[in-house]
Design a protein around this ligand. Structure first.
Ligand code: UT7
Length: 329
């Protein structure tokens, strides 16, 4: 019997309607469209407005659209891996909340926290359940409502992040298509450069933590940039070498959208021209777990069966990694 691979058989995405432009940010913090564009490549990002709406509400839109495209019901889903850094609540898991909201009555699920590398970790983890034969329909969701943990007085972070969510369905494939390889890495000593100071068990919420804005993203941008630019490029190059792929063999690079300069460095290290790189950072900014599935969603109509696709990400933790997959439809 031929080996079972986990193939992406459907993809969908959702971004909220509200567009926060660089122009509007100029009226909120001391910044300029020119600075943001030249340092990051971002022109605008989406913000989820509405009392009581969380990351799972964006996921409902993304997943309902995905189920419709694939022509299956929510009850057929067996496992939901919800990759997010901004779950609706500390507990229960957003995977459980999403399952309830979409009617995935037969699914179990869990949240996966690996900051900006979450979706890559999720695809790789989800693939194991398919390859082992345990499950036939695994939903991997990547999404974040970053606006819920951003201090809109901090010009170094509020210009970067946005809200959005994407989802893919993994199913067994016996034609040699799907997830071929993955390399996942982490280095917890990097946490000092990118984290949220309070709201966890070590420093629960208090008047003091709220007054000090400790529930927002804290980032030392330059330090993170240095690690991101080398590690994301290295791991993408490594997965190519390990699978004997030349730059001509690679059809698409799907990079995490944190900074256009990091994306360009990764593509250049792989020897891949800009025409093969999915970039939508100018419209959505950094949606953390949402960036890679949102790219796949937007480029879906251009993808062909057998395309060699490299996913690459770097994020808080530090976490980073790369997935090599062959597109299956
Ligand atoms: O996705 C998770 C992983 N995260 C990342 O990969 C992010 C990696 N880091 C970055 O993308 C970049 O470091 C940033 C975009 C965050 C910052 O860009 P940078 O080129 O590293 O700028 P910097 O932090 O070195 O700051 C340069 C200057 C500073 O002023 P001085 O000290 O030179 O006078 C900042 O205060 O730019 C200033 N600055 C700003 N100026 C206008 C910082 N933010 C802004 C701003 N508008 N929004």
């Amino acid at each position: 019997m031929s080996k079972i691979h986990a193939a992406i058989t459907a993809v969908n995405g959702y971004v909220p309607e509200y567009v926060l432009t660089n122009k509007e940010l100029e009226s909120i913090v001391d910044t300029t469209d020119e600075w943001i564009t030249s340092r990051t490549g971002i022109k605008e990002r989406r913000i989820l407005k509405g009392e009581g709406l969380g990351t799972s509400d964006m996921a409902v839109h993304a997943v309902n659209g995905l189920l419709k495209k694939r022509g299956i019901t929510a009850e057929e889903i067996e496992l939901i891996i919800f990759c997010t850094t901004t779950p609706d609540l500390p507990f229960p898991a957003s995977a459980n909340i999403l399952a309830d909201k979409i009617g995935a009555k037969n699914a179990w699920g869990y949240d996966l926290q690996a900051a900006c590398s979450g979706f890559i970790y999720g695809v790789s983890t989800g693939a194991q359940f398919i390859e082992s034969g345990k499950h036939k329909k695994v939903l991997v969701v990547g999404g974040d409502k970053m606006s819920s943990i951003i201090n809109y007085q901090d010009r170094t972070t509020c210009i970067i992040f946005g809200d959005g969510c994407g989802a893919v369905l993994l199913e067994p494939n016996e034609e040699g298509l799907g997830v071929m390889d993955s390399i996942l890495r982490s280095d917890g000593s990097g946490r000092q450069f990118l984290h949220q100071k309070a709201g966890g068990s070590a420093r629960p919420a208090s008047h003091e933590t709220v007054d000090n804005n400790e529930h927002a993203v804290y980032q030392e941008g330059q330090a993170v940039f240095k690690f991101a630019v080398t590690n994301m490029a290295d791991v993408a190059a490594e997965i190519m070498e390990r699978n004997h792929l030349t730059s001509e063999d690679v059809t698409w690079l799907v990079p995490h959208q944190a900074n256009k300069r990091i994306i360009d460095a990764t593509a250049s290290r792989m020897g891949v021209g800009s025409e093969k790189v999915m970039i939508n950072i100018q419209r959505y900014g950094n949606t953390t777990n949402g960036t890679i599935p949102l790219c796949l969603w937007e480029w879906e109509s251009q993808l062909k069966k057998g395309d060699n696709i490299i996913l690459a990400a770097f994020g808080g933790g530090f976490t980073w990694g790369s997935v090599y997959l062959k597109w299956a439809y």
